[in-house]
Design a protein around this ligand. Structure first.
Ligand SMILES: NC(=O)C1=CN([C@@H]2O[C@H](COP(=O)(O)OP(=O)(O)OC[C@H]3O[C@@H](n4cnc5c(N)ncnc54)[C@H](OP(=O)(O)O)[C@@H]3O)[C@@H](O)[C@H]2O)C=CC1
Ligand SMILES: O=C(CO)COP(=O)(O)O
Length: 333
């Protein structure tokens, strides 16, 4: 019998993943926006988030969270980090016992500084929690370009089972049991994408970008391992892979925010003009607190934070980074 997938969130990534799993399993998507739901059901499109993309024709959608959740064998959460808990709470009364719950989100909850699987474990103890992550720009996956991802869960038997519902044609999914590392890789790289975007917007060169990506990897590995992630994970798809894709791509929303900042726009203006989430903007706050909690130096994240929240200019950010004392590259992290 085919597995039933319930996916909460009709944004660009939620819809993309639902369209992928619809190839392998009966999939129903929940979105709160009635127009999005009608469009998916009637035309197999989601023009608000994926203009021009044709979704798998067996994918159906509904505005009833109960309808999706009460029959699902696996629940996938395509909700941005700051709303993740509230939507999970809305779904909670209808979730069947002990089904796995997989997060697609790449951010940390403000206030608690929690990863999404921690929120799942807190709200729904006993349910196996995991994350699907990696270098996966939604629009590329829709246009059929090859990509690789990781499904990360502590329980590798369940992870292997779920690998089969995501794996499809040119979308290749690996397993990894380091949930902390996989989740942190996805959340922390967004801040580095803002940094490289700032450089691109301000006309910095490719050497600058390479330095930001490489030192950024070192920085996120430092915090990630201090928080319990495995070093090897940060060199893999969830770490370096996603860092490179997001920092290099003008399709990334985080890179876009950085680029516009580099061009001299204010954060408020940039956010007001976007209809999609750039998780790094809020996650930067949680990361600054974590850097202090774990006593880890995060110079690139700190400069991004100052541009976002302390009115520093991009020029000042790069000037501070250049002025930093350059120690040995072989020091830990
Ligand atoms: N897009 C991508 O390429 C990738 C994204 N991700 C991650 O996936 C997660 C989801 O992102 P993505 O789909 O891209 O986001 P989008 O910005 O494209 O869409 C956001 C979705 O969240 C919904 N939403 C917003 N606020 C609320 C709320 N308060 N309650 C319920 N639903 C809400 C929106 O609904 P509505 O339309 O009604 O406002 C919409 O369906 C993020 O953490 C992102 O980092 C991961 C990999 C790739
Ligand atoms: O996580 C992503 C690609 O892996 C998407 O990045 P953005 O959220 O910056 O668009």
């Amino acid at each position: 019998m085919k597995m039933k997938v319930g996916l909460l969130g009709g944004g660009s990534w939620g819809t993309t993943v639902a369209s992928l799993t619809a190839k392998n399993a009966e999939t129903v998507l929940w979105a709160r926006d009635e127009e999005t739901v009608n469009e998916i059901n009637n035309y197999h499109t989601n023009s608000k988030y994926l203009p021009g993309a044709l979704l798998h024709k067996s994918l159906t959608a509904t505005t009833s969270i109960e309808e999706v959740v009460s029959t699902s064998d696996v629940l996938i959460m395509g909700i941005p980090s700051q709303y993740f808990r509230s939507v999970l709470k809305e779904a909670k009364p209808f979730i069947r016992p002990w089904i796995p719950i997989i997060s697609l989100a790449k951010g940390l909850e403000l206030g608690t500084k929690m990863r999404m699987t921690q929120i799942i474990e807190e709200e729904l103890p006993g349910h196996p929690a995991g994350v699907l992550t990696g270098p996966n720009l939604a629009k590329e996956i829709h246009s059929g370009q090859a990509a690789a991802a990781v499904i990360s869960m502590v329980d590798q038997i369940i992870a292997k089972k779920l690998q089969g519902i995501f794996n499809s044609g040119v979308f290749k999914v690996y397993t990894n049991n380091d949930v902390i590392g996989c989740e942190l890789g996805g959340a922390l790289k967004n801040i580095m994408a803002i940094a490289t975007g700032m450089g691109d917007g301000a006309d910095a060169g490719d050497n600058t970008k390479a330095a930001l990506i490489t030192r950024g990897l070192s920085e996120l590995t430092r915090l990630g391992t201090a928080m319990g992630g495995k070093r090897r994970t940060f060199a893999g798809l969830a770490g370096m892979g996603d860092l490179v894709a997001t920092c290099m791509s003008s399709k990334s929303r985080n890179h876009h925010v950085g680029f516009q900042l580099g061009q001299g726009k204010s954060l408020n203006e940039i956010i007001a003009e976007m209809n999609e989430v750039a998780e790094g903007v809020k996650t930067a706050k949680a990361v600054m607190e974590l850097a202090s909690d774990y006593n880890v130096d995060m110079p690139i994240s700190r400069e991004v934070y100052k541009v976002l929240y302390e009115s520093n200019t991009v020029y000042e950010a790069f000037k501070s980074l250049i002025k930093l004392e350059s120690g040995s590259e072989q020091e830990p992290g």
